[in-house]
Write a protein that binds this ligand. Structure first.
Ligand SMILES: *Cc1c(COP(=O)(O)O)cnc(C)c1O
Length: 406
């Protein structure tokens, strides 16, 4: 028997960087979770855009356990069949010719930024090192990626920071044009800012960045850690926008809940890397490879992409119906199953209260900043789960609306 543990223990034992919900999930299936006391919750978080096929998908279970019976890990002195199959699959499905595997989104961006710096160093000299990113962007929590990310609260306490990094307003092409020049080596952008508030890029903005990058020989990096793997209704959001980056990063949903990240790029750019220039112990391990291969196989299908668009409608319609009664949201925005309900003036800064009120009604929703309630459910969430979850969310909203008026 294992010893009993509870939510209370978290506050005693963990470095206090999170405030998890009051309940502890112990079991899940599809988009429904159960906690220690057997209560059920509808999951609109999908593990923060990760559990793209829901919880405990039978095909993913099989992929993982079959691989677990064969080979777990060898280190990078050896390759393995699952990761080669995944590489081939990603290359066939995207613009990329080459893949670097790692374990998280931050590591994928770290690899992308290092690649961009090295390309510039090798081909143009050390002065071409500037990185242009966007305010409110999120690229991960390593020192390099928090510095490139556009939220100073995540980086300022850890100075001195990596340098030669500049930030322009998102969706402001003129501001970006002022920062992008021959000294720039990379522009990194999320096609949809996820953590920053579920804010889709304008097509003209991304096209403009692409043109500026070509003009100044700058590499365009799309951070698709949140927007990738079918989330927007296209396998990657760059396909939705019709703008191809030089480097793409993907993680979160790629493993459907098993940790994996990847950086995708062209043959030409990959050639600046050589044996020993970059690496990571677990990157490309067979367990992650086997699961991610199955994830991409199941997701990259027209009927799944159509299903994402359909589910987008269900959720947006339900949110609109709530809003007609209760007037909570300024607007509902996003693409596919990356949806943000932007709170209006009466509820400014109160996104976390929606998350807590929802949990009380047994439905899990995310925040994105302090003014946006975010929905990133599994791409295969059922109609019944959406109905039940939205009915519960409506009750949570009623409680908050009543509370705010008294
Ligand atoms: C979550 C996220 C990351 C960081 O991924 P980790 O796996 O947490 O390191 C980077 N970029 C974007 C756009 C993300 O949403």
């Amino acid at each position: 028997m294992l010893p009993q543990v509870s939510r209370y223990d978290f506050d005693q034992w963990m470095v206090p960087v999170y405030t998890p919900a009051n309940f502890v999930p112990v079991y899940a299936s599809g988009s429904t979770l159960w906690d220690q006391s057997g209560q059920d919750y509808v999951d609109f978080t999908g593990g923060i855009a990760v559990n793209v096929l829901g919880h405990a998908h039978p095909d993913l279970q099989r992929a993982l356990t079959e691989q677990a019976e064969r080979l777990w890990h060898t280190g990078n002195g050896y390759t393995n069949e699952p990761i080669l199959l995944l590489a081939k699959q990603l290359i066939e499905a995207t613009f990329a010719d080459r893949v670097f595997f790692c374990n998280s989104g931050a590591e994928a961006n770290e690899a992308a930024l290092k690649l961009a710096r090295k390309v510039a160093h090798d081909r143009f000299g050390v002065n071409k090192s500037g990185i242009v990113a966007f305010t409110n962007s999120f690229h991960g929590r390593t020192l390099f990626t928090v510095s490139v990310g556009g939220q100073p609260t995540y980086s300022q306490d850890f100075a001195p920071l990596p340098s030669d990094i500049y930030h322009a307003s998102f969706n402001d092409l003129e501001a970006a044009a002022k920062l992008i020049n021959d000294h720039t080596c990379a522009v990194i952008v999320e096609p949809i800012q996820g953590e920053g508030g579920v804010l889709p890029a304008d097509g003209a903005f991304l096209r403009g960045l692409h043109t500026l990058c070509k003009k100044h020989k700058v590499l365009l990096i799309f951070d698709e850690v949140q927007s990738g793997v079918g989330r927007t209704g296209s396998l990657y959001a760059y396909m939705h926008y019709g703008i191809t980056p030089d480097i793409l990063t993907t993680a979160k949903a790629l493993g459907g809940g098993f940790p994996i990240g990847a950086m995708l790029t062209s043959e030409d750019l990959a050639q600046v890397m050589s044996v020993g220039t970059h690496g990571t112990t677990y990157g490309g391990n067979p367990l992650a490879g086997a699961v991610a291969y199955k994830v991409i196989q199941l997701i990259n299908q027209p009927h799944v992409m159509r299903g994402v668009i359909e589910r987008h409608k269900w959720i947006v319609e339900a949110l609109s119906a709530i809003n007609q009664r209760l007037h909570l949201f300024k607007k509902v925005r996003g693409l596919g199953l990356l949806i943000g309900a932007v709170l209006n003036e009466d509820y400014t800064g109160k996104a976390k209260e929606f998350n807590l009120a929802a949990a009380e009604q047994r439905v899990m929703v995310l925040t994105a900043g302090t003014n946006v309630v975010r929905f990133t459910p599994a791409l295969n969430i059922s109609e019944q789960e959406v109905k039940t979850g939205m009915a519960r969310f409506a009750v949570a909203c009623e409680h908050l609306a009543r509370g705010s008026k008294t």
